[in-house]
Write a protein of this length. Sequence first.
Length: 394
Amino acid sequence: MKHEIIYERDELFDVNMVIVFQIEIAGTYQFDKFKEAFENAIKANRTLMSRVLLEADGRAYYVDNDVPKSSIREVDEELDLVRQREEKKRFHVEEGEFLRAFVKKNEEDTSILLLMHHLGGDGKSVLYFIEDFMTFLSGGTKEFKEIRTAETEKKLDPISKGILRYYNSRWNGKVFNFDDLDKAYEAYWKNRTSLLDVQVIEKEEMEEILDECRRAGVKYTAYLTAKLISEESGKMDVGYAVDYRHDKNRSMGNQASGTSVEHKYDPSKSLMQNAKEIQKKLDKKMKDHYKSSYILNFVGGIDRTLRDAVNLEHAGYYHDKVSYGFAKLMGYVGKTKDYSITNLTVADIPAKYGEYEIKQILFAGPVVSYGKRIIGVVTFNGKTVITRHVRKPE
């Protein structure tokens, strides 16, 4: 198997690409059994049984890998401290390391922290990996799933094509390697960390919010956006991750796209009135988006090594006039998205697996180069968990 990395190329040289999940499960704890289930779940997914091959011309591929490097281990530390430590360590995707799991036994349940490199998949992918893991843990089996990445029709307007031609023709074509990425990680994380703030909304409170949203004709994501920007003074640029699984497959792989809206909160109107205006903007964007993803088409047209360079510009490792100009245009340096929201909605996996039950799920997206306040939302087992993931100032 040789599957080229195209639309998800941005994840290759970004120094902050860790998707965070934490699950709380009830049931008999036996680490060896957890380890076996984890390893079986890895083997059930082609993506996690691959590694990244970076060729001399800069092309990158997923290729088969007989010895995956994803790992699971027991810890006694606070899991958020583990997260902060591990985010600074580069995932060796060239060896097949896409996922790190950390298991902590509590008095009444077990917590599992899952850290996955975005090249292993998107937020939905981790949910489906959790389902695989829990199925194996309870003695079940799962069918082998092939790798799937984003697919879209290639449609771009003349202005966007012109921008791509301009920057691609002026780019020097420099090819970077994993040694460059090691140095970029060292430079970027030397005096940095990230902070994760968690809010849990219980079922009764969430039902009240959703009832209010339904009466106003808005979805929760628009409501949340209005609430987040309600105390901001200027126009906010808000990005949204969008599931791009048109056939609803449950394979590992980054099958997400994105869109964005701009909105200046009007304090003379209610929060719900602002949410209705945001919803109208989102509806228009999503109608166009599902015809063909503008973002996927645009980034797919950028020279592959120029895409690497803009991430390394953000990391402070590399500088070139062309890559800096493009990084600024794309929001990798200078002004980034004010908020980036990923709402996984109601997690479409079971809660119970034999004697085991998932009690709660936490999800947080990575603080990518083009974002600064990353909001993650997932609803499961009657609880909605909202995370705010930000870089700690230097």
